[in-house]
Design a protein around this ligand. Structure first.
Ligand code: MOS
Length: 759
């Protein structure tokens, strides 16, 4: 039994409760789940990006001992259904139906699934499969012949190009202007855990072990694709080895594995290879953006024009359209934005950590730095003179906005006041030192969520909710919230998540999980406290008999009232049969109860960001970096980074710091390392492995300091939680490019910054 003072509170630093299980290998990731007598699947993917399959010959594959089956469009067409209203990025990663026809939409599309007794024999047989094609000439990306252009507003009813005033006229009249075009490259999530799926049937019940950021979504959409009742599908995904958006929507592999298990009448296991993962799931598409800023001589923005183009696939209209954010970032009376899609012969892109903000804030925050240079103004000062408490498009207030405090605290810690403005003016031997900064922001989302909490007489509790541990520390924030509200120690809370038979929780995307789930957990716990208090008030043997139940709180050890009366938890619980179980449902402000019904059916309904009626809801940050560019070799290092972030209540500062630090490191990666290289003639990813796809290692990262700026925001949700999973990697890419300019006088507008661009 926890004693008074033992309880960990919301905001106390708490080590991960699942840490031991993870580092000892006891945590079972989906592909670790044992199944009896599995068959192994191996994918064969297309060798062309556009055209048709003309012949498939499996004669040689059939020579392999242990071969069980070869699935191709010839025996699978019509077996997987794609609901008519399925949307890429919402329900599914792509609307291309797997193994449905001879048509090839993109390089690396699944063209066969080979099944065998062992992994080795499946691979061998897959490599022997002969697939012949009639290829067409593909269009890979921007400017390639054959791409088709489409305004985002035509592609999606939900897309608006936000604007206000007359930006073109204001830009033409502004005394100081900058205009530039920026490029952000293709990136792939590359979580260390590969895309895996294990399926087995017991009668008409299907069990799926698959790393998923949305087990209720996977359950519903898989059932839809198989034409069965969602209640026939059980998804288990207790630990996820990284996802970053890539495991949020159902990919084509899952239905195939389920159908294979049905055909073979035994469990089937698939582990997609690293290179195949580049094309059978999603990625961050390349963007090209033009930013025009016009300002007064004192730096006040008069015009902001942001136009973005994004690559997407032929059949789908997936887009991130980050102008919803950039149009509202600063005070500016005249704003115009436009987003356009470039349909190419590529797999459909999808969300990847900070989907809209990472690329679009690069454009805006680079342009802001260029404007500061032109004005001869400190770039921090420029952000502060354009800071605002209301967004300019509709004039809605920010529910809270601590951008100024973030800049002040990060600048102080970084030592920004010692900066000399002239490019190349700061040196350390052969190294040119550049100091740069940029703003970060991310919409504060919340979705409906349900949690079941059971409190037992031994002072332990169990929390069940189908949320997801993608590495962020969700087990721990759930335990902290329950401990805080039940007056228990974190160790006394058992957390069960990642299973579609538990009460539903939303997709682990858009940085909403902590806000959504913790508010539902808190509600359940508060209801438990209320019922215990009511039972005590009604009991003649209780010191609270006849008290006002509203004055009684559940605290460490039991119930207590302001006048000092208390009763042991054991006694209180004995009165109500020794345990109490409550289901807490949270429907966020501004959403209807239908949103909760939708959640049970695997539909997401998030609010926050720009979708709330009375305010815009964002978390903010400021990132400062020091880069060192060698004056002869032009090697670039990021030696130091300081980020200050304000995101309402920080439930667990330990894991929050880790999220934000990881985000900033990914920002360094986005600036200096990462890009998926595309062979433009073949529309094929070239560096589709972790040897050639550059990511930073320890030696690439200097010191990283994270400052948590206190903030309270009662509008976003009762617990005042703003998500932080994606906040940390916004802004760092621009801060680095800005620092490289400060070091060298060379403005890099196309990421990543690489040596050859600085020669
Ligand atoms: Mo995150 S990209 O919203 O899964």
């Amino acid at each position: 039994m926890a004693k008074a003072g033992d309880a960990k509170q919301i905001g106390d630093t708490t080590r991960r409760i699942d840490g031991h299980r993870k580092v000892t290998g006891e945590a079972r990731y989906p592909s670790d789940m044992p199944v009896a007598n599995p068959a192994y699947a191996w994918l064969v993917t297309s060798a062309i990006a556009k055209g048709r399959i003309t012949r498939i010959d499996d004669t040689d594959s059939r020579q392999v001992e242990g071969l069980l089956d070869v699935l191709t469009h010839q025996n699978m067409a019509g077996k997987v259904h794609m609901p008519k209203d399925a949307k890429a990025g919402k329900d599914t990663s792509t609307t291309v139906v797997p193994l449905d026809s001879a048509k090839v939409w993109n390089d690396g599309q699944i063209v066969a699934m080979v099944l065998a007794e062992t992994l080795e024999s499946a691979r061998d047989a897959a490599q022997r499969l002969v697939v012949e094609y009639a290829p067409d000439s593909p269009s890979a990306s921007f400017d390639d012949q054959g791409v088709s252009l489409q305004p985002a507003s035509e592609a999606s009813k939900e897309h608006a190009d936000p604007g206000v005033g007359d930006a073109q006229a204001a830009f033409a009249q502004a005394p100081i202007t900058v205009e530039a075009t920026y490029f952000t490259p293709t990136q792939h999530h590359n979580p260390i855990e590969l895309f895996t799926t294990t399926c087995f049937w017991e009668d008409d019940q299907l069990t799926v072990y698959e790393p998923s950021q949305f087990v209720y979504g996977l359950k519903s959409h898989l059932a839809g694709q198989l034409g069965i009742d969602p209640e026939q599908v059980h998804v288990v995904s207790r630990f996820i080895g990284g996802a970053f958006g890539s495991k949020g929507t159902i990919t084509p592999r899952t239905a195939l594995v389920a159908l294979a298990a049905q055909r073979l009448k035994r469990p089937v296991k698939l582990v997609v290879t690293r290179d195949q993962g580049f094309t059978v799931a999603t990625y961050r598409a390349e963007t090209r953006q033009t930013v025009k800023l016009g300002a007064d001589k004192d730096g006040k923005l008069q015009a902001l024009i942001h136009e973005g183009w994004e690559v997407t696939s032929r059949p789908d209209n997936y887009m991130v359209s980050g102008t919803a954010t950039t149009s509202r970032m600063y005070a500016c009376p005249n704003v115009a934005t436009k987003v356009g899609l470039v349909h190419a012969d590529r797999n459909t892109p999808g969300f990847m950590r900070s989907p809209p903000e990472l690329p679009y804030m690069f454009g805006l925050e680079s342009a802001m730095d260029e404007l500061a240079v032109k004005l001869g103004m400190d770039p921090v000062e420029l952000r502060l003179v354009n800071d605002t408490k209301a967004e300019p498009i509709k004039g809605l207030p920010y529910s809270s906005r601590s951008l100024r405090e973030c800049y002040q605290q990060a600048a102080a810690s970084f030592g920004w006041s010692k900066r000399t403005a002239k490019p190349g003016s700061m040196r350390d031997g052969d190294w040119l030192i550049g100091w740069g900064c940029a703003s970060s922001c991310y919409p504060s989302h919340i979705a409906p969520a349900v949690a079941r909490v059971t409190l037992y007489a031994d002072g332990k509790a169990r929390v069940q909710t189908a949320t997801h541990e993608i590495g962020t520390g969700v087990y721990t924030v759930v335990a902290i919230t329950a401990a805080d509200r039940l007056g228990l120690a974190v160790e006394d809370i058992k957390v069960e998540i990642g299973d579609s038979s538990l009460p539903p929780a939303p997709v682990a995307g858009g940085s909403n999980s902590t806000a959504s789930v913790c508010n539902a957990v808190a509600k359940a716990c508060e209801e438990i406290a209320r019922r215990l208090a009511a039972a005590a008030v009604g009991a003649s043997d209780s010191p609270f008999h006849g008290h006002d139940p509203n004055g009684i709180a559940l605290v460490p050890g039991g119930l207590r009232s302001a006048d000092g009366a208390q009763e042991d938890l054991q006694k209180v619980l004995a009165r109500i049969n020794g345990a109490i179980e409550v289901v807490g449902e949270n429907v966020p402000d501004g959403l209807q109860a239908e949103a909760l019904a939708g959640l049970y059916q695997g539909k997401n309904a998030m609010t926050g960001g720009t979708s709330s009626k009375d305010s815009v809801r964002y978390a903010f940050g400021a990132v400062f970096v020091e880069t060192r560019v060698h004056q002869l070799t032009r090697e670039v290092r990021c030696s130091r980074a300081v980020g200050a972030f304000a995101a309402g209540t920080i439930v667990n500062p330990l894991t929050a710091r880790s999220q934000l630090m990881g985000g900033m490191i990914w920002g360094v990666s986005a600036a200096l390392h990462e890009a998926t290289e595309i062979d433009r003639r073949a529309a094929r990813y070239v560096n589709d492995n972790l040897a050639d796809y550059l990511i930073p290692v320890n030696a690439d990262i200097g010191t990283v300091e994270v400052i948590l700026v206190p903030e309270k925001d009662d509008k976003v949700n009762p617990l005042s939680i703003k998500g932080i999973g994606e906040l940390g990697d916004v802004g760092t890419n621009a801060a680095i490019a800005n620092a490289v300019y400060h070091a060298t006088g060379i403005r890099i507008r196309d990421l990543p910054v690489r040596i050859e661009k600085l020669l």
